[in-house]
Design a protein around this ligand. Structure first.
Ligand SMILES: NCc1[nH]cc(CCC(=O)O)c1CC(=O)O
Length: 323
């Protein structure tokens, strides 16, 4: 495996995998590349695609939401500058992208949120008024639901930037455990919030491997994608995303979800929060799990979303918009 220093032409036996350039993205994509190389014997090149979201310091909402991280990579894939693209699945907009297919969802990492605090204090140990940083309305609402006395601060930036705030001016930050684990930074985690109390962003901890629609059924893509795909992770991620899509909610809406295959069933639950954490609404659904079936997973997400909407989810929280 090597990193392409610039544009790299396609050639037989070479698979070019596109990634964002952040430390986390490169770590994730390296794991993917190693798995494909081991399973297929293909030579793998990492193609780093710089996105507007990486270079701008403007607030995420102003940039058009987390979709900015995704579109440059998709453009590179469609333009033939790479053969596969690796994204954090939770950053993908829920709508389809013409010409691009979801090729694989690899084995999901820890979907939980992690608290990183000064002195390693867990949430219950933080003093009243403690300053806690997150850029996600969902995380803010969940924190306030459990600790209305906390002062939640809006922050953004990559993992290191956000962790640095704990030493600088904040008492704690909340981050995805998966990102910290993948960066070898699990040591900074004071507490992983249990999923039944803190359901996380749909798709959190999962990766999405995208492929050009016209390539997905042919060699060497089929072998690479088969080596990467993990059916249970794919079903869970699709069910969670389908819930978000059916709520017509953006990726920054105050919506938590968790799905998993257990004892032959695919189980999903979703929760919508009032932004200040003072109210929430949950729904769950389950269906028999008989192996890979994207449509069953999507149907499950729609069912849970319908229950949430019927229960008044749209009155509880602003669901629309991507930021
Ligand atoms: N919103 C940005 C983002 N997209 C994916 C991850 C972490 C890795 C993952 O969830 O797969 C993060 C950082 C975070 O939420 O702390």
């Amino acid at each position: 495996m090597f990193r392409a220093p610039g544009p790299l032409a396609a050639r037989p036996g070479l698979l070019r995998i596109g990634t964002r350039g952040s430390a986390l993205a490169v770590a994730q994509t390296t794991t993917v590349a190693e798995a494909v190389a081991a399973a297929t014997g293909l030579e793998i090149a990492l193609v780093i695609v710089t996105t507007h979201g990486d270079t701008s310091r403007a607030p995420l909402a102003q940039l058009g939401g987390t979709g900015v991280f995704v579109s440059a990579l998709r453009d590179a894939l469609l333009a033939g500058a790479c053969d596969l693209a690796v994204h954090s699945l939770k950053d993908l907009p829920t709508g389809p992208c013409p010409g691009i297919a979801l090729g694989a969802v690899p084995h999901r990492a820890d979907p939980r949120d992690a608290l990183c605090s000064r002195g390693g204090r867990v949430l219950a140990e933080l003093p009243a008024g403690a300053r806690i940083g997150t850029g996600a309305p969902r995380r803010a609402a969940q924190l306030l639901a459990r600790r209305p006395d906390l002062a939640v601060q809006d922050i953004r930036g990559n993992v290191d930037t956000r962790l640095a705030r704990v030493d600088a001016d904040l008492d704690a930050v909340v981050l995805a455990a998966a990102g910290l684990d993948r960066l070898g930074r699990a040591g900074v985690i004071a507490e992983r919030f249990p999923l039944h109390e803190v359901p996380t962003a749909p798709g959190q901890g999962a990766l999405a491997i995208e492929v050009r629609e016209e390539d997905r059924g042919s060699a060497p893509y089929t072998a690479a994608l088969a080596a990467l795909d993990h059916a249970e992770s794919r079903a869970a991620a699709l069910a969670e995303r389908s819930l978000l899509a059916a709520l017509e909610a953006g990726c920054a809406a105050p919506v938590g979800a968790r799905a998993a295959v257990a004892a032959g069933r695919l189980e999903l639950s979703g929760t919508v929060y009032r932004l200040d954490g003072s109210a929430q609404l949950s729904a769950s659904a389950a269906s028999a799990w008989a192996g890979a079936d994207d449509r069953a997973a999507v149907a499950l997400g729609r069912r849970a979303a319908r229950e949430l909407l019927d229960g008044g989810a749209a009155r509880l929280a602003p669901l629309g918009g991507s930021a």
